[in-house]
Design a protein around this ligand. Structure first.
Ligand SMILES: [Zn+2]
Length: 205
């Protein structure tokens, strides 16, 4: 199949360009996404949108051993300045009012990939779990309908970043969520009819 023409900025096929919906947000501190390498080319991955909307976001591919060892050294040097967003038995809950408030990290790491792949990432890089771990108990329902998620509480990586900065910095991340909404709309419009959810048509009435 011939390669469809792509937008030079957002890299989506030109008919699905999301550039008009990009409103850059500068996040304080540092935010690093460690991305499982195969996710990079997944058409429905949200990290591409994050990179367009958050100019100071860092993305490290799981195959970039050089960048990972620099990160490992940074984590070892200032362990408590960092937080890993990942659900585990030791995670501190970020959105539970009963959780005692303490100084929160300003430097965050999130993992991007399927559950299986992110588990594997942590297995291969156990040093990622040597920093405090945080998770969400009551996230808003995911609006990322175009990709299967393992549970009703699972968020896309973009939604996790948005919720994280809403909770910890009080930032409005609506522009970021709007960008994801735009992609979902574009995606649904460009699906062959057979793949669309049933809807009311003249015939169906
Ligand atoms: Zn574009």
């Amino acid at each position: 199949m011939a390669e469809r023409r792509r937008c030079h900025r957002c890299d989506y096929p030109t008919g699905m360009c999301v550039c008009a919906a990009i409103e850059p947000i500068f996040i304080p501190g540092r935010c690093v996404i460690v991305q499982e390498a195969k996710e990079r080319h997944h058409a429905k991955n949200t990290v591409r949108l994050l990179q367009l909307a958050l100019p100071n976001l860092d993305v490290i591919l799981s195959t970039d051993h050089g960048a990972l060892s620099i990160l490992q050294a940074q984590l070892a040097a200032e362990r408590t300045a960092w937080g890993l967003v990942y659900p585990s038995a030791n995670s501190q809950i970020l959105d539970n009012p009963a959780t005692p408030a303490g100084p929160l990290p300003m430097q965050w790491i999130l993992l991007d990939g399927t559950w299986k792949k992110t588990k594997r990432l942590l297995f291969e890089h156990p040093w990622l779990t040597h920093i405090p771990t945080f998770s969400f108990a009551n996230p808003p329902p995911s609006q990322y309908f175009i990709r299967k998620v393992p549970s009703s509480k699972a968020l896309s990586t973009l939604e996790s970043v948005a919720y994280l900065y809403q909770l910890t910095q009080g930032l409005s991340m609506n522009a970021l969520l709007q960008l994801q909404h735009r992609l979902v709309e574009q995606w649904q419009q460009h699906q062959p009819v057979a793949h669309q959810p049933p809807r009311q048509t003249e015939q169906g009435k």
